[in-house]
Design a protein around this ligand. Structure first.
Ligand SMILES: N[C@@H](CCC(=O)N[C@@H](CS)C(=O)NCC(=O)O)C(=O)O
Length: 284
């Protein structure tokens, strides 16, 4: 198993801000398919191990949306942080899929499915925690106790829930336009019903607002949200996160950004602030 995990094939290497934007393929025993992920190594990585961030993307994305649109490399080079961008679901002909753009391939919701036919492959939570993180620790120049996580929309939900459940594994978290309470919005309800089944009690383990009720994080949550985001009211429900944090006296730094929508133009506008935020949180 370990040997299988370490067999990485480099499929991309591009110079970027004096570092390298890399892309790898590997077989994932956890997901039962081949997976692709990207790693940005800033120039400092030539000589030393560095703090690192996992970026989780949103619906319809693979690793390339963030790599090509967010403009993160400039700031990662400035602050000396490595960024790992995984895919958003298992992939390939052998993996069950649907016609819908917001369910199945491209929409793994960073959970472990329990229902057929999804449970065989849709194990993104285990993939990230038990396979990709050990693989990165083994193969990239990362400081293993300086690990942050951030993401967008479905990936914001993933970042928040994974951080809330693993606050010794991660030391910082932030999100752009996260799905704050998937158990209450159409995207989440559709996905959780099919991945996790009808018992809504089981859904709570993947809902940031529920997890904040159960236990908070020892460090703040940082969120940016565009006020012109078409998904804000029906799908993202930022207000629920505000209330959950207020009720638990949990520190939330929320920036509502006037005029910004849900796109990567919004992410690109504030990615520098998020990377600086994580770099500071991971300092010391
Ligand atoms: N149906 C639209 C909406 C989905 C959407 O906005 N997806 C966000 C994440 S929830 C995204 O990052 N899309 C890819 C991109 O903008 O590159 C699409 O296919 O892009």
């Amino acid at each position: 198993m370990l040997k299988e995990m370490t067999e990485l094939t480099e499929i991309g290497r591009v110079r970027c801000f004096d570092g390298w934007q890399l892309r790898y393929r590997h077989h994932s025993p956890v997901l039962g398919c081949d997976m692709v992920f990207s790693v940005y190594l800033p120039p400092q990585a030539e000589n030393t191990h560095l703090p690192h961030l996992y970026w989780l993307s949103g619906l319809t994305c693979d690793d390339q949306n963030f790599v090509t649109k967010a403009g993160a490399q400039r700031y990662a080079a400035e602050h000396g942080v490595i960024i790992i961008a995984p895919d958003t679901s298992p992939r390939g002909d052998g993996v069950p899929d649907t016609e819908a753009w917001d369910f199945a391939q491209g929409a793994g919701f960073y959970l472990n499915a329990t229902q057929q036919p999804w449970s065989k492959n849709y194990q993104m939570e285990s993939y990230l925690l038990n396979e990709l993180i050990p693989l990165i620790n083994e193969t990239q120049p990362v400081i293993i106790h300086k690990r942050g996580i951030f993401g967008h929309s479905m990936g914001g939900h993933g970042a928040l829930t994974l951080a809330l459940k693993n606050h010794t594994l991660f030391q910082s978290v932030s999100a752009f336009a996260p799905i704050c309470t998937p158990i209450h919005c159409p995207w989440g309800q559709q996905a959780f019903e099919r991945y996790l089944g009808a018992d809504q009690e089981k859904w709570k383990d993947y809902d940031s607002c529920e997890l904040i009720k159960q236990h908070g994080l020892p460090w703040p949550i940082r969120v940016d949200q565009g006020l012109d985001d078409n998904f804000l009211g029906e799908q993202l429900m930022t207000e629920s996160l505000v209330i959950a944090c207020e009720n638990q006296s949990h520190k939330l730094t929320l920036k509502m950004r006037e005029g910004y929508d849900h796109s990567y133009f919004f992410i690109a506008s504030f990615i520098g602030e998020h990377i600086a935020y994580h770099a500071q949180q991971l300092e010391g």
